[in-house]
Design a protein around this ligand. Sequence first.
Ligand SMILES: [Zn+2]
Ligand SMILES: [Zn+2]
Length: 264
Amino acid sequence: MVSADGPGAALPRCAEHPEVPAAGICGRCGGFFCEGCARTVLGAVYCTACAALPEVNYLETFREKRWGRRDTWAWFLGVGGLVLLGPALSLLASGHLAAGGFLLACSGVGVGSFLGQRWARPGLLVLPLLMGVAGLLQGEPLLVIPSPFFLVMGVSIHQDPRHKLFHRLPLPDAVLLRLWNRHENNPLALVGVQLGVYGVFFPLFAPVALGLGLAALRRVNPEARPPIGRKGQALAAMALGVGSLVLWVGFLWPRLLGELFAAG
Ligand SMILES: [Zn+2]
Ligand SMILES: [Zn+2]
């Protein structure tokens, strides 16, 4: 009413700041927002309230879910660390200081990783390298040969995005999106494809693959927040299921029975 006769009176205003002209419309609630209230989430613009919703900012929701949560590698390292502790101590007790010390360091890195200690992370790379170098110096192939294998394993654990989230390390959105896509985006379709492949060899899986593919297909909705994809894999699961059933019922099964009767 104050600016009712002003030149900008008919212009839309920010829902939160009635004195500020609107800069756009929220992609979810359709409300007006000003320049200061605009939030870009995964390529779309929202008002501040909508951008904070877990289903809109689903990558952030996913990140929070995995943040500081032990992944499979953490458990693997923790159990491995405990298993190595006994041999390490008995080697040290029998005077094998180098070998015992090395195993003790491995055990420490394993247990430290399990406990989420950041200092343990470089150990995943340093210890296999140390093992290889020590093997080269001593001319010991039993140390040299497995060291590249352990190094590759160490690098893959060190770089694993879920393990990084466990250690509360930031991940780029693209990596987070890939991880979300693999684990949260219509996983039913993926399981359907796997069972569909089994169904080619074991026909009992075929109807299950068909059912999972159908269920996954009905869920697909790229417009939803978060989007639900994997349409292609859902269709592939259904095709594999139908194909396996046709193959077994129409061709392999009658042949198998024929052979059995011919033999009997
Ligand atoms: Zn909104
Ligand atoms: Zn505003």
